[in-house]
Design a protein around this ligand. Structure first.
Ligand SMILES: O=C([O-])C(=O)C[C@H](O)[C@@H](O)C(=O)[O-]
Ligand SMILES: [Mg+2]
Length: 434
């Protein structure tokens, strides 16, 4: 199936002022939508990271993609190794997932791989999950993803979005936010983005969630490496009960050595809360050292930067071999990414944790999927009975997203700069902060 054209669309979508240890989300998140057209006129689509760097990387491999066979990705599309599935090198850590220069070729590869799978699936009338080995679940569970946030729904000027959730900068308002999210989407587990308030307040937030939702709703807390080893151990001890029963402590501190020290000290204290990561282990090259040092017990996969859907399946097998659990990471995204995440999760038996998703934070006004937002019901995305990813582009909405991108100044995610602009001119991302 020869590829005739690759179209790259940079878009901007409104994003609320969410906080994390990286800083503050800008009023717009950036995404790239790609289309691959085959010689017989079928169009495969995909969504990946936005801004100038990912778009330039995609433009740079355009000549390799055009004329290539969508069925023969691995062999034919990587002659100069500019464009390749994830290798076994170690990428840098500490960076926002998706911004790591050493992962760039595997991110680019992933973007094309998924579009090829959508193209093949559409031409055969087969859902992507059934092309990559076959589904083990039809309904893919996602997790509620509460954030501390300032007032505002995202967007700027005449382009403001409704503030559906309001300000949440205290334990009580955060719990209120989760209730609202669960009422709307039916999520059965919670991933709480921490690393923003004093750890005592974040401990209180988790305790209040536990009281509100009970032991059957698994809780995860993720401060994005904001804590020292000592603080991480204190939080792990304080929340041993709340994070057990399917929950986890995600990236409390930076690096494989830091995570390993936290694990050791918690075990010495008789606490077996698993540590999860999407920061310390972000490429295959990190796995040997992580296993040797028992640094993480759960890895968050993400096909966008792990090198595509098949690499996520390889990661799953490796994780299973070493008795490591598998969950899924997300960044601000629209419905095309959500569907891709659901398909790979559906076809990955070892992915037993509910996946992260930022989707509730995005507005229907920005969705580029034809027919509007992808439904999340009972906390799950249902795999549709359609070929490929099961979604098409709404070209009017895509044009609006492109127009928004053309008119805004943002070209790269920079949460630290946003924090300095709106909250504190002297703010810096210091690790550990506590
Ligand atoms: O689990 C994670 O670390 C993330 O989802 C990283 C994201 O960048 C998150 O911190 C965000 O959206 O600010
Ligand atoms: Mg994380």
């Amino acid at each position: 199936m020869k590829i005739k054209d690759l179209r790259i669309h940079s878009i901007a979508i409104a994003d609320p002022p969410l906080r994390s240890s990286y800083g503050l989300h800008a009023p717009y998140a950036l995404r790239t939508i790609i289309e691959l057209e085959s010689e017989d006129g079928i169009i495969g689509i995909n969504e990946t990271y936005g801004g100038e760097v990912p778009a330039a990387a995609l433009r740079a491999i355009r000549d390799q993609v055009i004329g290539a066979d969508a069925f023969r990705l691995t062999g034919t599309l990587n002659p100069e190794m500019k464009f390749k599935p994830a290798g076994i090198e170690r990428s840098q850590t500490f960076l926002v997932p998706g911004e790591n220069p050493l992962d760039e070729s595997s991110r680019t590869y992933a973007a094309i791989e998924v579009a090829c799978l959508d193209l093949i699936g559409k031409s055969l009338g087969v859902p992507v999950c059934d092309l990559i080995g076959g589904r083990v679940r039809d309904r893919v569970p996602f997790s509620a993803y509460p954030f501390y946030k300032h007032a505002g729904g995202g967007g700027e000027g005449d382009d403001l979005r409704d503030d559906e959730y309001g300000e949440a900068l205290s334990p009580e308002t955060l719990v209120q936010q989760v209730k609202q999210m669960i009422d709307t989407y039916g999520f059965g587990s919670i991933k709480f983005k921490a690393g923003v308030l004093d750890p005592e307040q974040e401990i209180a937030t988790v305790q209040q969630m536990y009281q509100e939702f009970g032991p059957d709703v698994p809780l995860r807390i993720d401060p994005n490496s904001a804590w020292s080893v000592d603080t991480s151990v204190q939080v792990g001890k304080a929340l041993a009960k709340e994070l057990s029963g399917g929950g986890y402590l995600e990236d409390p501190t930076a690096g494989i050595d830091g995570m390993s020290a936290v694990r050791r000290q918690l075990l010495d204290a008789g606490i077996d809360v698993p540590l999860a990561t999407n920061v310390a282990v972000t490429s295959f090259g990190h796995i040997p050292e992580s296993v040797e040092k028992d640094a993480v017990q759960i890895i968050l996969c993400d096909h966008h930067y792990w090198g595509g859907m098949r690499q996520v399946q390889h990661l799953a097998k490796l994780a299973e071999t070493f008795n490591i659990g598998l969950s899924m990471h997300s960044n601000s995204h629209l419905g095309v990414s959500l569907m891709a995440m659901a398909h790979v999760a559906a076809a990955t038996p070892h992915l037993t944790y509910a996946c992260d998703t930022h989707y509730p934070w995005q507005s229907a006004k920005d969705e580029v999927v034809l027919g509007g937002r992808v439904p999340i019901e009972g906390g799950c995305v249902v795999i549709p009975d359609r070929g490929g990813l099961g979604v098409e582009l709404d070209y009017d909405q895509l044009e609006r997203g492109k127009e928004r991108y053309r008119t805004i100044p943002y070209r790269k995610r920079d949460d630290e700069a946003e924090m300095q602009k709106h909250i504190d001119p002297n703010w810096k991302r210091v690790l550990p902060r506590w």
